[in-house]
Design a protein around this ligand. Sequence first.
Ligand SMILES: NC(=O)C1=CN([C@@H]2O[C@H](COP(=O)(O)OP(=O)(O)OC[C@H]3O[C@@H](n4cnc5c(N)ncnc54)[C@H](O)[C@@H]3O)[C@@H](O)[C@H]2O)C=CC1
Ligand SMILES: N[C@@H](CC=O)C(=O)O
Length: 362
Amino acid sequence: MNARIAPLRSHAPQPARVALLGTGTVGSAAWARLASWADTPLDGRLSLVHVANSRFAISNRNGVPADTRELLLRNAPRASSLDAVGDALSGSGTRIVIDATASETVAERHASWLAGGIHVVTACKLGQGTTLARWRAIQAARARGGTRYGDSATVGAGLPLLRSLRELQAGGDRIHAVAGVLSGSLAWLFNHYDGLRPFSNFVRAARDAGYTEPDPRDDLSGEDVRRKLLILSRAAGHALEADAVQVDSLVPEALAALAADDVDGALPSLDAPLRERYAAAYKNGEKLRFIARLQADGPATVGLEALAADHPLAGGAGTDNRVAIWSDRYREQPLLIQGPGAGAGVTAAALLDDALRIAREA
Ligand SMILES: NC(=O)C1=CN([C@@H]2O[C@H](COP(=O)(O)OP(=O)(O)OC[C@H]3O[C@@H](n4cnc5c(N)ncnc54)[C@H](O)[C@@H]3O)[C@@H](O)[C@H]2O)C=CC1
Ligand SMILES: N[C@@H](CC=O)C(=O)O
């Protein structure tokens, strides 16, 4: 018999084309990580064809070289416009936008990219963590465009939180409650604050380490945690409106009212109230932790709590997030997930893991 032998594949699959938006703490780390894949087995999976920050953009259909980073940051090959993203990605094959911004205008585009066949991977929580209407628009656009939304970096900086909630439900479980520390910067702050040195100095250190939001008031006010709790609750099957979460802010009114440029000088207004909270907790042998709580069909809350030192949610170190999940199968003892919940390295890795998964499976 003259059997025909299938020819060996002589070409690698076409790389997914990627547009990276944001070259700050997280975006720069993602770009550097992508560049570090040269000559490794991951080389050629993702091709970076467009990079932009709020001022400048550069596109190259053959791949934006890693050494253009300085050029991009100092010069303007062309002005940055979100309208350029579709053109830069045009053509056949898998197309992915990576959103490493904290920008409302970028988040507003997620749904239209998804509906138009472009996958979105995001560290920004403004897509799924604000209004229920926008969250629904994103889910509908995904279905319409046959596209995927990579959101691992939005909660827990890539910890397997959203994934676990989805997998439990795919196995028939219902999620009863979620509680824990969802902010890496606030975890770091309350793991380091000693009630002696000014709290404001620790806030500056957390910002300089890249743990806070571009405006640290977004962390201190509990807004960032509200967004994460909304993302978790919606993924857990509880479609909460943003105002269903009761948030207890650490930011005094006068600090909240300031323009962003004036915030640094006014951070010491946090010192006296936090010193008092710390002293009261210390006297009782308790630890301060910024806790988010979600109860199925019950209240959702975010705020600072004084917990017994051996409380399950009081553990962890550094930027650790520590989250307990109760479900049908985890009724008495919750599933506990813990690990670093902020930082450029883990967040960039989570973004690229999602992009690689899409490149592999889409
Ligand atoms: N820092 C962390 O540990 C983590 C951050 N995230 C999220 O990652 C996102 C980025 O955070 P960072 O890198 O710390 O912020 P950043 O302020 O350092 O960088 C933001 C970047 O977005 C760019 N940008 C703003 N508007 C843009 C637009 N319209 N088009 C293109 N680029 C635009 C800015 O120019 C800047 O390069 C935020 O949404 C944050 O919540 C998520 C998980 C962890
Ligand atoms: N500012 C955020 C960063 C990650 O989402 C945090 O402190 O957790």
